[in-house]
Design a protein. Sequence first.
Length: 591
Amino acid sequence: MLLALAQINPTVGDLRANAARIAEFTQRAREAGARLAIFPELALCGYPPKDLLLHESFIRACAAEAKALGEGHSAGLTLIFGTPLPAEGGVANGLLAYRDGVCIGTYHKRLLPTYDVFDEDRYFVRGARPCVIQVDGLPVGLSICEDLWKAEDAGFNHRYRELPDPVVDLARAGARLVVNPSASPFVLGKGARHRALLARHASTHGVFVAAVNQVGGNDELIFDGFASMHDPSGRLVAAGPGFEEALTLAEVSGTPFAPPPGDIAGARRATGAPAASAGVAGPSALPLMADPVLSAPREELLFRALTLGLADYCRKTRFRSVLLGISGGIDSALVGALAARALGPDRVLGVALPGPFSTAHSISDALDLARRLGIRTLELPISAMMSTLAASIDPAFAALGEAALGATLPDVAQENVQSRLRGLALMTISNRTGSLLLTTGNKSELSVGYCTLYGDMNGGLAVISDLTKRDVYALSRWMNEHHRHAGFDRPPIPQASIDKPPSAELAPNQRDQDTLPPYDVLDEIVRRYVESHESGEQIVAATGFEGDLVCRMIRLIDLNEYKRKQLATGLKVTSVAFGVGRRMPIARGWW
């Protein structure tokens, strides 16, 4: 039996458009000869719908759209898609199975993740029983995302120790194929863990396991697709591409896949070459097939995730263009390059905002970036604005017995004024043009508060807020070294921006390392403290870093929580990002 795994890119709450996309991919599956078409978790409403689920009218609208979709588009095959379902005691995260216009199966998700970015206990009631349907005589067991992962991919599997294992129950009920629609956000390293779990379930229970994940960006979350099927030996026999819509065909019998005549995309996947966007993919006849999850370099995954997240954020919020401040530094250079690739250079505006302490090369490097990317540029000096502000506020300082701006250096107030004037200028341009302002701060800086509220933190989307400074450099170098593969006709990042010491240029001869440890050290502390929740003592023992330094950096991370609470939405690519998945109190007495 041929099945089709349809990884689509839904928009949260756009029920008609999502239903139309499901119908379109169902027709493609039908034309390819598939007898079973499987769509992601909550594909009809998009994931995560969050508090839309608290509106009864939303649930009713989902039910009506699901009925019309199932009854109108399931002729000649079995169609499985995710949608919220009314359930005893509330709403279930559910699957519907339709064939020839008739609903033949309903399933409610049994394990509800409530950790990190997930909050499903807030919205859903837990399902209580397995569901196995027959498709051309094959028993097909239904599961949803966490039912199969059991939080083992995230280190929270203790939550389900006292609950029945949904996959075990499906195997006992006679399932020979377990399908797992999911909406599992991209996190660096998680793809390999998922593949291992899928293979283990398949080989342990002697079943085929077919998984299809949502693709696309919804707010801070990015979904990578990478549909797959493993045979009962645990061997990968079908694999879809990542970060793009696609239809992946898989033969449950294990016979070699032959793409339909004229199916170029399917032929490409069968030979291990990249699939075309929204194409058709099939398994290799070789004992081991190339796995796009495991073969892609870390930096390529980051690049594709961030460009997809940025493009979808703009498309789904209806921003047609973006702008950003370009300083000649590595962070704004990377964000500018990602924006140009995600949206096209004609939709990106770079604004250079030199101040009294800006070096000559900061402007030349910014303009070099713009030329490389082909983006529009403006040069808007802030020195005159600083003088006007100083003339207005210095009398107030005098009345308070405080020194005038810049009377003595270093002057944190004067440094922040420069950042805030730049933020003011950028937001004014954003208001006038309707362009989305992108912030350019990285995770290292945001961790220790090396950023200015209402200044460089201004904007609607924090593109690299989950990348440490090391990640910023690594991704920039990868994009330059593989510029054609990344879609650029030449290296996009000026080499000078990579080579020069990082500096905010808010004071004479300023360097980041004047107040921060080397980024190799800081980033390791951030990774261990923020992402792995290690204590200062554990970090010192594991790294050999000086104890006072570690404690000082941890103290800075803790003290600057108030800034991060006001951070723009940031694209999440690691296990713990600053955002909805990390909930630390600001006012507290434990440090």
